[in-house]
Design a protein around this ligand. Sequence first.
Ligand code: UT7
Length: 336
Amino acid sequence: MTKTYARILGTGSFLPERHLTNADLAKRVNTNNEWIVERTGIRERRLSENGTAAMAAEAAQQALADAEISAEELDLVIAATSTPDYAFPGVACQVQAAIGANRAFCFDLAAACSGFLYALSTAAAYIESGIARKILVIGADAMSKITNWEDRGTCILFGDGAGAAVLTAASTGLMAFDLGTSGLDGGSLTCPFGTEPEELPYIHMDGRRVFQFAVRTVPETIRRVLAEASWEKDEVRYYFLHQANARILASVARTLQIPEKKMPMNIAYCGNTSAASIPILLDEWNRAGRISPGDKLVLAGFGAGLTWGAAALEWKRKKTAGKGIVRGIEPEKQNR
Ligand code: UT7
């Protein structure tokens, strides 16, 4: 009997209109555009005015349209987020109401910046086991809600956004995953619920430790997922990596000896959108007609937990005509 895999049928994404440039930040904290661009690759980030679920619903509508299915066909909606609008109901439940996915059951999943990969793997398990056939997976975060605008070590990095993918059962698709967590290192990136001044619900980060963790762990998880899928690194057309810092991507490319042009980047105009970063990037490349049926793709990310993950994805949906959104900077110019 042939194995069933979860295949991506369509993608969508949403970035809020409101821009916050490096120059804007330099008016609030002791920083400057040159430092931020050189150390991170970020030029601006977007700020949401309507919250996480509203962004998620926009991305979801686009993904459904791209997949050419209706919301009623969905069996399950999973939203990966660390910044829900409410403790409950979850973002996935709010999206269900907004798009009319009346048949679906819905839940949120929190794995910080690795959230989209964890949600994809969860959706794949539901599809492979036959429990659900059509699943909407969303990565959405309004990081601005938990940003301390007086901390120059973190406020320069993060932005708001949402990305989504519709998955269905097929003969190829998400061929392998590698996921891992190191709870013992969790203290290097936290957002406490506490009420003490040092525990305000803001991001607290030891940037150097997270950087070192990322440049060590991301190449390892990519190597493992390639081995699991029995793929050679050069067969892979694109590596869609979590957009945390352009220097992290450059280091991963060097370590694995992968050309940087195989690692798309949009960090310059989004910043780090946490769980949304990989699906936003994937959607932009899909809509720009840059991914073809049969392309082998690797998605990989890391984040608070500390968590990491990678997926080997064979792209089999029909090619998008290339009339899609190109935000801010032309894709050719985004890759350094
Ligand atoms: O999704 C996962 C989330 N997190 C990450 O991926 C973060 C990973 N880490 C990073 O991206 C980097 O560590 C940062 C961008 C956060 C910081 O870059 P860095 O090259 O590691 O800088 P650093 O923390 O080692 O600081 C170097 C210097 C320090 O000054 P001194 O001590 O050398 O005089 C900092 O005080 O740069 C200073 N600095 C800044 N200067 C201007 C730190 N932040 C800023 C700033 N503007 N915003």
